[in-house]
Design a protein around this ligand. Structure first.
Ligand code: HSE
Length: 311
């Protein structure tokens, strides 16, 4: 238990990791959100927001307040909490922005409780942030942001999250174009059913993804990111998607698709040199085709997840 103040960083995530729609996600090093929290003599939650990007509407960022309040309601710790969200991540990005805010908040509040819960037991609170943000519960961002690594949501009812074995050699190139796609909108275009042939292809790819992560096999992971369920209907929400993917593959990527519900895209590389070349090609293509500036992040899998950076 920490009685004074605490600062927590929660990282961005690649939801779905391509073929693992709603069931596989990985944490990356940056960007991420930061929460600073401390105990207060005044009961209840005192929430404030510091926004570093013009693109972040403050009203979408209070998932952190929501999940913190849920924890206070359940645990009634006998003191209040001052909580400030330093919103570093863009919303509607496909980088798990709402999950990072929720995760940073639950980890911070937890550390201030007289009897903190285990990390994994915080997931159910973080998921309420996802419900608030997108209207549905999906754990493929919150689980890796909270727990680090590559996480598999084997089941939602009951919730069963499995840390996948990872040989952490692959480089993940994440490109965030300055476009916004709301997860809620990207979920509304999904098909209600999946043809059997697509399902067979998809679960072959999910198995390939799991095996490729364990082996650190960039080629296997790259080809297993193929997503025949969500990507076909979501690609049209991201201006330049096909051209950017072609550019990534041309530059040497082993695979490239949407990160989460987009518009961010990720590509798979086996060396830093190749990753940099792929990132440059993807950024240039977003600028040319979609007239969109873009940020690039190159990372191995972040095995730590949310981190207490000061206490
Ligand atoms: N699995 C979620 C989706 C991730 O694809 O809708 C959202 O970032």
């Amino acid at each position: 238990m920490i009685s004074k103040g605490i600062t927590v960083f929660a990282p961005a995530t690649i939801g779905n990791a391509g073929s693992g729609f709603d069931v596989i996600g990985i944490a990356i090093d940056k960007p991420g959100d930061i929460v600073v929290a401390s105990r207060s003599k005044q009961p209840g939650l005192h929430f404030s927001l510091r926004v570093s990007s013009r693109e972040v509407p403050p009203d979408l960022s209070n998932v952190a307040a929501h999940v913190a309040q849920l924890m206070l309601d359940e645990f009634k710790p006998g003191f209040g909490i001052d909580l400030t969200l330093h919103k570093k991540m863009p919303v509607g990005s496909g980088l798990g922005s709402s999950a990072a805010s929720s995760v940073a908040a639950v980890v911070a509040v937890n550390a201030l409780l007289p009897k903190p819960l285990k990390r994994v037991d915080l997931l159910r609170f973080a998921l309420e942030g996802e419900r608030l943000a997108s209207g549905s519960i999906h754990a493929d961002n919150a689980a890796p942001s909270l727990l680090g690594g590559a996480q598999l949501v084997r089941s939602y009812t009951p919730l069963d999250v499995v840390a996948l074995p990872v040989r952490n050699t692959i480089l993940w190139v994440v490109i965030h174009p300055h476009l916004v796609v709301r997860t809620e909108d990207a979920r509304s275009v999904l098909p209600a059913t999946v043809p059997m042939q697509s399902a067979i292809r998809q679960w072959g790819n999910v198995g390939g993804l799991v095996a490729g992560l364990a082996r650190g096999d960039a080629s296997l992971v790259g080809r297993s990111t193929e997503d025949v369920v969500a990507e076909p209907v979501r690609a049209k929400l991201v201006s330049g998607f096909h051209e950017v993917r072609d550019a990534a593959l041309e530059a040497g990527a082993f695979g490239c698709t949407l990160s989460g519900s987009g518009p961010a895209m990720f590509a798979v590389a086996s060396s830093l040199q190749s990753a940099k070349k792929i990132a440059a090609a993807m950024k240039k293509t977003f600028a040319r085709v979609a007239n969109a500036k873009a940020d690039a992040f190159i990372s191995r899998i972040n095995m730590r997840g949310a981190t207490i950076i000061r206490s």
